[in-house]
Design a protein around this ligand. Sequence first.
Ligand code: COA
Length: 139
Amino acid sequence: VSELEIRPYARQDEAAVVSIWKRSGLLQPTADAARDIRDKLEVQPEMFLVGVRSGRVVGTVMAGYDGHRGWIHYLGVDPDVQGEQVGAKLVEAAEERLVEAGCRKVNLQVRAGNEKVVGFYRRLGFSVEDRVSMGKRLR
Ligand SMILES: CC(C)(COP(=O)(O)OP(=O)(O)OC[C@H]1O[C@@H](n2cnc3c(N)ncnc32)[C@H](O)[C@@H]1OP(=O)(O)O)[C@@H](O)C(=O)NCCC(=O)NCCS
């Protein structure tokens, strides 16, 4: 297996990134992937990372630090290469950048119905916390 390079997202990655999001089941029917990418390029774009192997984008992670907590979103690995440590390395790279930014704790949300991924995050040191996740659409 050739080496994984992890680097910030670049504009030419869009098609590959959206394809991974679609094929790894990350896009909700109402999601607007192009808009989510555009928005992230305005806020801490250096924390939007892709994993590249032999010139091909094989995974993504979108992280951010809000001054109190870090967050991880859009962690996805091309189904063709899942189980080859790409996900673990992307989370590790995101954590490194969060720590550099001064972040002490990182959170993430797992959608109901996707609980199988909890085992993956536990393997990386995350634990399930007793919280009720709430949200509100602002516009
Ligand atoms: C979840 C996901 C990112 C994991 O990436 P991956 O590259 O396939 O996983 P890795 O190969 O890096 O796995 C790292 C470790 O976790 C383990 N692991 C993976 N999935 C697991 C699971 N469901 N339960 C327990 N352990 C798991 C692996 O066996 C590996 O262990 P090891 O270090 O002992 O070998 C990937 O499967 C994916 O894209 N899934 C669909 C999208 C998704 O659900 N994203 C998360 C949204 S919250």
